[in-house]
Design a protein. Structure first.
Length: 117
C-alpha cells in the first residue's frame, strides 16, 4: 500500500501546520519524521479506538486524530520549533517499549516541514 502525506511547508517558529495521511484503510497509524543526518523516529500514534501515544518531545504540542470515513489521519502541530524540521511520514505502526515502530518497507514520499524564521 502507498501512503500519501501532505500539508507540510515552511513556517516560522511558534507557528502551526496540519499534516494529512491517506491511510489506505489501515487502523493503527503512526507519524514518523526524519531530520537530515538523523534516523527516522516515531512521534505519534493512533489506533482504531482513538487511543493515542506521543513522543515526549512533541507531547502537548502535537495532536493526532483520524477521520475513518475518509481513511485519513491528521497531525496538528502547534508551537513548532526549528528542531521539528524534518520530512514527515505516516505508516502502519505499533507501540512497543516506549517507541513507535513500523515494519513497512515501502514508505511514502513524505512531506517536508521546515521551521525557520
Amino acid at each position: 500500500a502507498q501512503f500519501v502525506e501532505s500539508g507540510g511547508g515552511l513556517v516560522q517558529p511558534g507557528g502551526s501546520l496540519r499534516l494529512s495521511c491517506s491511510t489506505a484503510g489501515f487502523y493503527d497509524i503512526g507519524w514518523f519524521r526524519q531530520a537530515p543526518g538523523k534516523e527516522r523516529e516515531g512521534i505519534s500514534w493512533i489506533n482504531s479506538d482513538g487511543d493515542t501515544y506521543y513522543l515526549d518531545s512533541v507531547k502537548g504540542r502535537f495532536t493526532i486524530s483520524r477521520d475513518n470515513a475518509r481513511n485519513t489521519v491528521y497531525l496538528e502541530m502547534n508551537s513548532l520549533k526549528p528542531e521539528d524540521t524534518a520530512v514527515y511520514y505516516c505508516a502502519p505502526a505499533d507501540v512497543g517499549g516506549g517507541r513507535i515502530l513500523s515494519e513497512i518497507d515501502n514508505w511514502g514520499q513524505g512531506t517536508q516541514v521546515t521551521v525557520s524564521s
